[in-house]
Design a protein around this ligand. Sequence first.
Ligand code: UD1
Ligand code: MG
Length: 450
Amino acid sequence: MVSLLLAAGASTRMKSKYPKVIHPLCGKPMIQWVLDAVSEVTNNVCVVVGHQAERVKEVLPDGVEVAYQLEQLGTAHAVMSAREFLDPSDDVLILYGDMPLVRGETLKRVIQDHRSKDCDVTLVSIESPDPTGYGRIIRDGQGRFVKIVEEFDASEQERKIKEINTGVYVFKGKKLLEVLPKIKCDNKKKEYYLTDAVGLLEKVNVHKEEEVEDFSGINNRVQLAEAEKIQRMRILRKLMLEGVTIIDPATTYIDSDVKIGKDTVVHPMTFIEGKTIIGEDCIIGPMTRIVDCVIEDSVSIVRSECVGAHIMSGVSVGPFSRLREGTVLHSKVKIGNFVEVKNSKIGSNTKAQHLTYLGDSEIGENVNVGAGTITCNFDGKKKNQTVIENDVFIGSNTALVAPVKIKKGAFVAAGSTITEEVPEWSLAIARARQENKLNWVLRKKEKEEG
Ligand code: UD1
Ligand code: MG
């Protein structure tokens, strides 16, 4: 089996600067969804590109062949552009790059039907409540297939037919190669129609599919949003059936490559994106965005944004925390409200609970980072590192001017601005000493009142 994906059209109805098939759906280019479905039936795939070919090529994975259709003269012409790729001794599955809801299991069913009937071509039809724009399936009095009529060429009567051509076909390679050169452009659109190939073949099988959704084509952004919703619900449904609790699917957005373990609960208004992996028994959300993170078991992340972080088991994050690229939190770390962490490794049981910035730092275990602690990592030219060893106590409102090291067990007094290394088990106070002027207020009052 080989497969051809047609994706050369200009797709004007998207009103986009970019080719339609690269628009993302649940975090993946539209055409990638089709490629993923096709990969369940063959690894021998060729995409026909034309309009903005290079942009489409950019999103294609390695191993996918490309054929160029320089002028878009119709669906048969597109197939003709890829004839080098066709194998006369093999079947060819043809479909479009703008059908992101098609599933591997559905394609398998179509192919199985084709093979069981030994016909020249199997075309997939569906019953559509709104057939406008599609080619109609014309049948005779006995219900036998007669031909496909394009909307443009259809009569008033024919336009009432609700059974439509989805544009998905399985051809015998040899038969397709035989009829392709015979197709003419004698229709109203002056295009070479692939549907005419069906007309020229003898043994035609119409596979009428019940899974109507799978064959929705995306032509504009309204359909894009509808498809996104369907795809999103499929992803959530799969996760739920695998043991993830999703409190409110209507407000939960999870990309297709995300993995989540059993008994994790995802609360409303939560976005989990990219290549994120989440373990078991976690609490995620509400109101949380997670992108490309690795999260181990029993982690809680509430009302926070985490991008590119590795979060180990038992950690709690939020509410209102921001974890950025290169953050590694070891087990049972606590990151609390209004704490930002970037490119920092934080050891087990360490706590930074309030109003803190930890950037380019290495922090040991059992450290207490007081409220309002700031690593001053940027000197105006470059980023510098802060090292805090195990069992350190950093008092509130401390500025750690990097590069700087606080050694094991040290204690930094609140309000300090630390510019030099603090030795082990020592106290560092770096602030003006307090002076109390006794009865100063009373004396001031007396003076004022005269
Ligand atoms: C086609 C079918 C129609 C079917 C419908 C289903 C034909 C003649 N008609 O019509 O029976 O109901 O699909 O969606 O085939 N493409 C190219 N090169 C071209 C023309 C098109 O690569 O020269 C690609 C497009 O990018 C698109 C797909 O083929 O992905 C379908 O083309 P389109 O022009 O939308 O065909 P329809 O008129 O919708
Ligand atoms: Mg179309």
